[in-house]
Design a protein around this ligand. Structure first.
Ligand code: NAP
Length: 463
């Protein structure tokens, strides 16, 4: 690999581009440059920061097709999903362009008439981000936009599989007028850049989206310099279908949350928990829809399910399916592959498994692939027990038209994001994030800017 990162198309295994890996010296310099820009950037008015962010969003939209093609080439997702992700990515920029102007402090009644108390907010300092390959645009803007809006300079290391989308977006940020020292990227291996970020005295905050083990490591490393951290980590989402649910609607929504991005999303339904009286009907409908999905190169306009990102991801999915089948799961759809290790592409056909049991690995670990394992339940308590029996707590879904059932599930599910009759609850305006080992902090909504701000309290006496 040397000092070159080879970016490949996961649909063909062909090289798209070679990207320079930054030397440690260059990364150190970039961190210093980012830090030095803080004094200047924090003094730029909130209205001007807002204007620059709005410019950035507009310019990204003007390049939407070009960015979508880059994303599909390096990530594999269908072009329509890449276009959707560009919109999703700019929605965060638009939202935080507005929030920049709403960073309010407050006054507090003092305990004595000779005092006044003022609470104000100030930017935290240089922010370093590490992002994953599955949403190369949105996971970056979800961090960059609130950081810049708050007055923090920003530096990002994108995933090795998908640096090109990030590089393009940052080039456009500079074109939009955001200074080159205020938003930067560096390329390099996660472990090397991660350590440089966490050990740097110049970086005040680490924001990470990726797997739980790496998140834990970054939290430990950040403790040395007491950095603020936001961690968006792994998920293992349950999707519960109650006996009274509208089955066709539930199937349609399950298709969206399960098979989008070939099942490689942190919020995608990983465990489908269906009431035993409707399980057969639901499973057959889901399997029929899954068999109809068109698998292929994301650049082909009919493609609905693209490739798995790499061999490691593919092997994990296949091992989970094999384990389930060995332990008695029945295959209603899929369990078919189109993979060539020598060429370097790996496709998994949408797979639906029934007769799934809690001891199967697929029920215990995040799959990150287009596999829908269906397990049944009899009572709501049982459904909740299955759903909560995981260290993860990112997203959960349930389908019911009974308000008592819905309220019970909402109250008892230990997850940060809940979709009630909704398989796509994400958005720039909502607080996205997980409980338990799925993370710390929230991104999006009014909550998403707070982690980039320090609270300063002023007490004025002798009045
Ligand atoms: P990953 O292996 O944790 O990689 C994510 C990023 O971390 C990459 O940029 C990677 O760099 C970097 N990295 C790897 N080792 C590192 C280290 N020792 N120190 C610092 N950084 C390091 O995760 P992934 O496989 O790309 O992404 C899938 C995971 O992300 C899943 O678990 C998924 O659930 C989670 N995810 C969570 C959310 C959320 O919002 N909660 C959203 C999307 C994805 P290299 O590429 O150079 O290795």
């Amino acid at each position: 690999m040397g000092n070159i990162l080879i970016v490949k198309n996961p649909a063909t295994g062909k090289v798209i581009k070679e990207v320079k890996i930054n030397s440690e010296e260059e990364i150190r310099q970039a961190i210093k440059i980012g830090h030095d820009s803080f004094e200047k950037w924090k003094k730029v008015s909130a209205h001007e920061r807002s204007r620059l962010l709005t410019n950035w969003s507009r310019i990204i939209q003007e390049h939407k097709d070009e960015i979508a093609e880059i994303m599909t080439l390096e990530n594999g997702k269908p072009l329509s999903e890449s276009r959707g992700e560009v919109d999703y990515a700019t929605s965060y920029i638009d939202w935080y362009a507005e929030e920049a102007k709403r960073i309010y402090g407050r006054t507090v009644p003092a305990s004595s008439e000779t005092k006044r108390i003022v609470v104000s907010k100030q930017p935290i300092g240089l922010v370093a981000a590490i992002t994953p390959w599955n949403f190369p645009a949105a996971m970056m803007t979800r961090k960059a936009a609130p950081a810049l809006a708050a007055g923090c300079p920003f530096i990002v290391k994108p995933a090795a599989e998908t640096p090109l989308t990030t590089m393009k977006l940052i080039e456009l940020a500079h074109e939009a007028g955001i200074p080159t020292d205020v938003i930067q990227y560096v390329n390099g291996s996660g472990s090397v850049v991660g350590k440089m970020f966490t050990s740097s005295e110049y970086i005040r905050k680490i924001t990470f989206t990726g797997s739980t083990p790496i998140g834990k490591q970054l939290i430990k490393e950040s403790a040395e310099t007491i950095k603020h951290v936001t961690m968006e980590l792994g998920g293992h989402a349950p999707l519960i279908i109650a006996e009274d649910a509208d089955l066709d609607f539930a199937v349609a929504q399950t298709m969206i949350t399960k098979f989008r991005n070939a099942g490689q999303t942190c919020v995608c339904a990983n465990r489908i928990i269906v009431h035993e009286n409707i399980a057969e009907a639901f499973s057959e409908k889901l399997a029929k829809e899954a068999r109809n999905l068109k698998v292929g190169n994301g650049l082909d306009k009919d493609t609905q399910v693209g490739p798995i990102i790499n061999e490691k991801g593919f092997e994990k999915i296949v091992a989970q399916i094999n384990d389930a089948v060995k332990k008695g799961a029945e295959v209603l759809a899929g369990n078919r592959y189109n993979a060539d290790k020598d060429q370097g592409y790996f496709f998994v056909y949408p797979t639906v498994l029934t007769n799934v049991k809690p001891d199967m690995v697929i029920m215990q670990e995040e799959t990150f692939g287009p596999v829908a394992p269906i397990i049944t339940f009899r009572t709501l308590e049982e459904a909740v027990e299955i759903a909560n029996s995981t260290p993860y707590g990112l997203a959960a879904y349930f389908f019911t038209n009974n308000y008592k059932t819905g309220t019970y599930l909402h109250d008892h599910l230990d997850f940060g994001i809940i979709g009630w009759n909704d398989g796509a609850p994400s958005g720039a305006h909502i607080p996205f994030g997980g409980m338990k080992e799925s993370g710390l902090g929230r991104e999006g909504g009014i909550e998403g800017i707070e982690p980039y701000l320090e609270t300063k309290y002023l007490s004025i006496g002798n009045l």
